[in-house]
Design a protein. Structure first.
Ligand SMILES: C[S@@+](CC[C@H](N)C(=O)[O-])C[C@H]1O[C@@H](n2cnc3c(N)ncnc32)[C@H](O)[C@@H]1O
Length: 377
C-alpha cells in the first residue's frame, strides 16, 4: 500500500491542488481523506483538473473500438483491468484489493448470503446482475482471454468510485447512469449523509468545506441521498447514522387492497412505492391506507382538500399500519436470527447483514411505538 506522502506527490504530479488534506487509512473504512489543518465553511479543500480524470474518452481507441454495446462503467472497468501504465500504478495499488471487495460487495457473495439481503438491496442486486451480464457478454466476446474474476473486480472498483461527469461538449445527457468519471485521489473521500460540497464545472471538480473542520478530522463527501440498503448493495457498507435511510413497505401493504381499491389507487397515482423512514411512513402510505378505512367518496374529497392527520379515520388507519408493520417486524427479526447463525468465517457479510437487519427492526419498532403500539422484542 503506498504511503500518504507518495499519494500526495502522485496527485500533485497529475495537476491536483491539495489545500491541507491528505489520504489516510481509517479503520473499517479503508482509505479516506484527513484534514491536516483547520478549515472554515467555504474553504477550498481540493481541486481536480479535467486532465486528471479517467472517462469514456480517455479509454484507448483500440479498447473502445473492439468492444460493442458496453456501458461506460464496463468500458472504464476494462480500461482499468488492462492498464499496466507506470503512471497509474500507485493509484491502482491504493484501492481495495480483490479480497476486500469479495467480503464487502453483495454481488460477490455466495447465493446463501445474497438470499439474506433486505428486499431493497436484493432488488438492486438483481439490476446489477443484469447490467453486469450484458457488459461481461460484450467484453468476453471481444477479449476472450480476460478473466471473469478480474472483470467483476474492476467493474465494482469503478462502480464504487465514479463521480457524475459529462464532457463539456455533451448536450443534454440521455442517461445519468452513463455520466461517469473516475477521479483519482478524490475517490478516497468516504461517504456521510451530509458531506463536503462538491462542484463540477468545465474546469474540473472543486471540493469545499461545508462547515468548520478541525485538524485531524476525516473529511467525507456525500455520494447521494442514499438509504442504507442502497449503500449496502452498491458500496458494501451501511452508515450508523443516515438521515436518508428508509425501507420499502410494498410487500406488507399491497396485499391489503381489493382489486377495486388497487384500480382507484392506480388511477390517482398512489399505487405502491410506500416507504418508512426514521420519522414515519410516507405520505403515499398514509393516503393509500386511508382508502382501507374511509368511504370512497370521502377519500376522494380528502384527496382534493388534503388529508388531516388527526381526523376520525386516523385510529383505524393506525390499526392497519400497526398490524402490517408487526408482520414486517417479525420477518425482520427472523432474518436477523438467520444472520446470527452464520458461521464465524463469514464475519464481514455477517456483521453487515446483522447491522442492517437490526436497523430495519428498529425502524419498524419505532414506527409502531409512534402509532401507540406495544414495544416489540
Ligand atoms: C469512493 S471509495 C472511498 C475510498 C475507499 N475507502 C478506499 O479505501 O479506497 C468508496 C468505498 O469506500 C468505503 N466507504 C465509503 N464510505 C464509507 C463509510 N462511511 N463507512 C464504511 N466504508 C465506507 C466503501 O468500501 C466504498 O465502497
Amino acid at each position: 500500500m503506498p504511503t500518504s506522502q507518495e499519494l500526495t506527490q502522485w496527485a500533485l504530479s497529475k495537476g491536483l491542488r491539495l489545500n491541507g488534506i491528505a489520504a489516510h487509512n481509517f479503520p473499517q473504512r479503508g482509505m479516506g481523506i484527513v484534514a491536516k489543518k483547520h478549515f472554515h465553511a467555504g474553504d477550498v479543500l481540493l481541486s481536480v483538473p479535467l486532465s486528471a480524470l479517467r472517462t469514456e474518452r480517455t479509454v484507448p481507441e483500440n479498447i473502445r473500438n473492439c468492444i460493442k454495446n458496453i456501458s461506460v462503467q464496463g468500458l472504464l472497468a476494462t480500461d482499468l483491468m488492462l492498464d499496466t501504465s507506470q503512471s497509474s500504478t500507485l493509484w491502482k495499488d491504493s484501492v481495495p484489493t480483490k479480497e476486500d471487495m469479495k467480503k464487502a460487495i453483495p454481488f460477490m457473495w455466495e447465493p446463501m448470503l445474497q438470499a439474506l439481503l433486505p428486499e431493497a438491496a436484493s432488488k438492486l442486486l438483481a439490476i446489477q446482475k443484469q447490467k453486469f451480464r450484458s457488459d461481461w457478454d460484450s467484453v468476453s466476446a471481444a477479449l476472450p482471454a480476460v478473466s471473469y474474476d478480474d472483470f467483476v473486480y474492476s467493474w465494482f472498483i469503478v462502480g464504487t468510485r465514479t463521480f457524475y461527469y459529462t464532457h463539456p461538449d455533451t448536450q443534454e445527457p440521455l442517461d445519468s447512469n452513463e455520466c461517469l468519471a473516475l477521479v483519482p485521489f478524490a475517490d478516497y473521500f468516504n461517504h456521510v449523509d451530509v458531506g463536503c460540497k462538491v462542484t463540477f464545472s468545465s474546469t474540473g471538480y472543486t471540493f469545499c468545506a461545508e462547515r468548520k473542520i478541525r485538524k485531524g478530522e476525516e473529511i467525507c463527501t456525500n455520494y447521494g441521498n442514499h438509504s442504507n440498503d442502497f449503500l449496502l448493495a452498491e458500496y458494501g457498507f451501511v452508515l450508523e447514522d443516515n438521515k436518508w435511510d428508509e425501507i420499502p413497505l410494498d410487500k406488507v401493504l399491497l396485499t391489503l387492497f381489493s382489486a377495486k381499491q388497487k384500480e382507484i389507487l392506480q388511477e390517482e397515482n398512489f399505487w405502491g412505492d410506500y416507504v418508512l423512514d426514521e420519522h414515519s411512513v410516507c405520505y403515499r402510505t398514509q393516503v393509500a391506507v386511508r382508502l382501507l378505512c374511509m368511504p370512497i367518496q370521502t377519500w376522494r374529497n380528502s384527496l382534493e382538500s388534503g388529508f388531516d392527520d388527526y381526523d376520525e379515520y386516523q385510529g383505524a388507519a393506525d390499526t392497519i399500519l400497526r398490524e402490517a408493520l408487526g408482520i414486517y417486524s417479525k420477518a425482520a427479526y427472523e432474518k436477523l436470527e438467520q444472520v446470527l447463525e452464520l458461521s464465524a468465517h463469514l464475519a464481514s457479510p455477517k456483521g453487515m447483514l446483522g447491522k442492517r437487519w437490526k436497523q430495519i427492526h428498529l425502524l419498524i419498532s419505532t414506527a409502531i411505538d409512534g402509532l401507540g403500539g406495544q414495544k416489540l422484542e
